[in-house]
Design a protein around this ligand. Structure first.
Ligand code: FES
Ligand SMILES: [Fe+2]
Length: 402
């Protein structure tokens, strides 16, 4: 982002209209392969809530095309490994989810057995000679991090720092660890994963694409994500209500779906929606009464899978007459509107005439995202056989309209 020196210090708009990424970045299979290696195989990738990995189970997950599994011991402690046996490479966890006695991970082929730390314990009927060292034949471990009940994996031997865009403590006032998943929506989009993130990072499309959301969030009617993007804004400009009068949350009727989270500050309450971004795989929207987490999975150069989870306090889910649809219908509509816009965007990108787009000053976070992609690829490629730190995700405090 280039600060505009003639503008107030908090004014985030660009002072020029930068070129966007070249069009081929959104459909070329070589670009996709570079991104799998340079971004998805190097960062912290979200794979599910802790509650998606019940105690005493093995569960398969995929990150950057790698077949992995997460082992949950009897205490619910999680570890992750590449899903490959050190004997002749058989997969160890075959079903999507398997029971696990918490002690031994046994290969289904010739029954080699590994302990919960991944150490090789037994070669079963195979009788090794003195040149074979069990200590050298443990499972390949994968770095795992749990943050606010979200589970992340990183394929690198030396993972980068874990850095949500607003800092690791941004959700400390929400009871994240105790929330339960009340609803899941999965949607396959015919677009490149970057098209989705770019849509997430601007609100120029909001007045036209999201009429109901723009009604609920007045600032979106101006095609901006926050008041400080408006012409003439200064730090002294009085703050406006985040939501339309009478509304407190992103629900169809505007009302809270249950008790509001008690630990929120007055500012968090007034803000009504706190967006937290963890490129490339997750964003979280924390409201006063529930939280929504949206996973992005790049499944092909022109295909992206979205998985949204609505998270609630257990007492909210147990309320007599709890109206789940009143909560989920609101953001589902927004996500469907965005999904359609993304697919239409993808269709036009492949015109032989379209070489490269041009960003508007309000698309400062799109620009930041594109710069992050390019920097991450450059660092990965400069470091193709070492294990250096990738580029840090750009800092952004814009409330996102997704
Ligand atoms: S491949 Fe696993 S024991 Fe043979
Ligand atoms: Fe949108």
């Amino acid at each position: 982002m280039t600060p505009n020196n003639s503008q107030p210090p908090h004014f985030p708009l660009l002072d020029h209209c930068p070129l966007a990424l070249e069009a081929t970045a959104y459909y070329d299979s070589e670009w996709f392969r570079r991104e799998q290696r340079g971004i998805w195989a190097r960062g912290w990738i979200y794979v599910g809530r802790v509650t998606d990995f019940p105690a005493q189970t093995l569960k398969r997950v995929t990150v950057a095309d790698q077949n992995l599994f997460v082992a949950s011991d009897p205490a619910g402690h999680l570890r992750a490994f590449h899903n490959t046996c050190r004997h002749r490479g058989s997969a160890l966890c075959v079903a999507e989810e398997e029971p696990f006695n918490g002690k031994l991970i046994r290969c289904p082929y010739h029954a080699w057995a590994y302990n919960i730390e991944g150490g090789l314990v037994s070669t079963a009927f195979g009788t090794p000679t003195a040149d074979f060292d069990k200590l050298e034949h443990g499972l390949f471990a994968v770095a795992l991090k749990v943050w606010n009940g979200f589970v992340f994996l990183c394929l690198r031997d030396n993972p980068p720092a874990f850095e949500p865009d607003l800092g690791a403590s941004i959700l400390d006032n929400w009871p994240m660890d105790t929330l339960s998943t009340g609803h899941v929506l999965e949607k396959r989009l015919a677009c490149n994963w970057k098209v989705f993130w770019e849509n997430y990072n601007e609100c120029l499309h909001c007045p036209g694409v999201h009429p109901a959301l723009s009604q609920r969030v007045p600032v979106y009617r101006q095609g901006i994500m926050a008041a400080n993007e408006a012409a003439g804004w200064t730090p002294e400009t009085p703050a406006q209500a985040a939501l339309q009068e009478g509304a407190v949350s992103w629900t169809v009727n505007g009302q809270s779906c249950g008790p509001e989270f008690p630990g929120l500050t007055a500012q968090e309450r007034a803000q009504a929606h706190t967006f937290v971004t963890l490129y490339p795989s997750l964003y979280i929207v924390a409201h006063v009464d529930y939280v929504r987490a949206v996973t992005v999975v790049a499944t092909g150069p022109e295909e992206t899978v979205l998985r949204a989870q609505w998270l609630f306090a257990p007492e909210t889910l147990n309320l007599p007459g709890f109206d789940l649809a009143n909560v989920t219908d609101f953001a589902t509509q927004v996500m469907m509107e965005d999904g359609q816009a993304c697919e239409i965007n993808q269709q036009g990108l492949k015109s032989s005439k379209f070489i490269q787009g041009r960003l508007m000053p309000q698309e400062f976070d799109v620009h930041g995202f594109q710069q992050w992609v390019v920097a991450a690829l450059q660092e990965a490629e400069a470091d193709s056989d070492a294990d250096a730190q990738p580029g840090a995700a750009p800092q952004s405090s814009s409330p996102k309209p997704a």
